[in-house]
Design a protein around this ligand. Structure first.
Ligand code: MN
Length: 317
């Protein structure tokens, strides 16, 4: 019995979902199952290669739906879970009871845990900590900036490794460990500590650069990362360095774009007055009410700085 599990790659919740799902299937259906994992990434063409569904059971967790007839299990909680209206209609016609969707869950792992208990009577008390952290990380439910930036919790250390390491090998090793071991044991594995050390040094270096370049005025932090090669820094760093700030505007050039990021402090002590998606849309960007971005062509640094200045002025009012 081969069970193929397609999961959201380089994502803590994706790995936790694959781990919990595997325990669930082994515990409730197929004790002798052999699990194989395939990491999925969001891409421009958005299609599933039919060769992916090669198991006796084929599952997708924490990732988009597929109408492939060989798909036997599906769990997701993303707002945009269907590639198109046909897939959504296909899902609604399902009568297996094994394809489940609920965007109200903060994490897919917590959705799987709840569905497994309520619909199939399966519990895994030893995985409660894993499920708890999937909700914190996927739902950005950190109690404070310190938890989000200092990476003190084993789950946060694992997140840095899962998100920033190239290739899926270590992620799938972590998925195996997550099924039977505590997170604080997993982070002590030599394979993990070896990868973690240089990534953590870079994380500290990013904090140093932002501290050096950022300034705060009337609740708005601004910094310009020209010449820094810093795509993908931890977005909570500005609120860690400037706890009383409300908004952050930054300019970060890279080889393929010039990006203006606009964010808000999740722990702000005042009510947020601005919709950041609406502001970014005026400049051709977009996002959510609390975080948005604008991407310009590579080299459009002067234009990006001018836009950033206008947004900073608007947010300071
Ligand atoms: Mn998720």
């Amino acid at each position: 019995m081969l069970v193929r599990v397609l999961y959201h790659d380089h994502c803590f919740d994706g790995a936790a979902s694959a781990a919990f799902f595997s325990r669930f299937i082994a515990g409730a259906f197929h004790p002798d199952a052999e699990f194989r994992y395939t990491g999925m990434a969001h891409r421009a063409d958005q299609t599933f290669d039919p060769a992916l569904f090669d198991g006796d059971e084929n599952a997708i967790v924490d990732f988009k739906y597929s109408s492939d007839p060989r798909l036997t299990w599906w769990f997701d909680h993303h707002q945009s879970a269907f590639l198109n209206a046909l897939d959504a209609a296909h899902f609604r016609r399902d009568t297996s009871g094994h394809k489940l969707y609920d965007p109200s869950f903060k994490s897919c792992a917590s959705f799987i845990a709840t569905a497994a208990r309520e619909r199939f009577g399966f519990c895994a008390p030893d995985l409660e900590d894993l499920v708890y952290w999937s909700r914190i990380i996927d739902g950005a439910q950190y109690p404070d900036a310190k938890t989000a930036v200092e990476l003190g919790a084993p789950a946060m250390k694992l997140t840095l490794v899962i998100e920033a390491t190239k290739g899926s090998g270590i992620v799938q090793q972590i998925i195996s460990w997550m099924q039977h071991r505590k997170l604080d044991e997993i982070v002590l594995e030599p394979e993990v500590t070896e990868l973690y050390a240089p990534l953590y040094r870079r994380h500290l270096e990013n904090q140093r650069v932002i501290r050096e370049r950022a300034g705060e005025d009337r609740g708005v932090v601004f910094f310009d990362l020209d010449g820094c090669d810093m795509e993908g820094y931890n977005k909570f760093i500005p609120y860690y360095l400037f706890p009383d700030s409300v908004y952050t505007v930054s300019v970060s050039p890279s080889t393929f774009r010039t990006k203006i990021s606009v964010g808000s402090n999740p722990w702000a002590k005042v009510e947020l007055k601005h919709n950041l998606a609406s502001i970014c849309e005026r400049y051709g960007g977009g996002g959510h009410a609390r975080v948005g971005a604008i991407s310009l062509a590579p080299g459009a640094l002067d234009q990006a700085r001018a836009i950033a200045r206008e947004i900073v002025a608007e947010l300071r009012n």
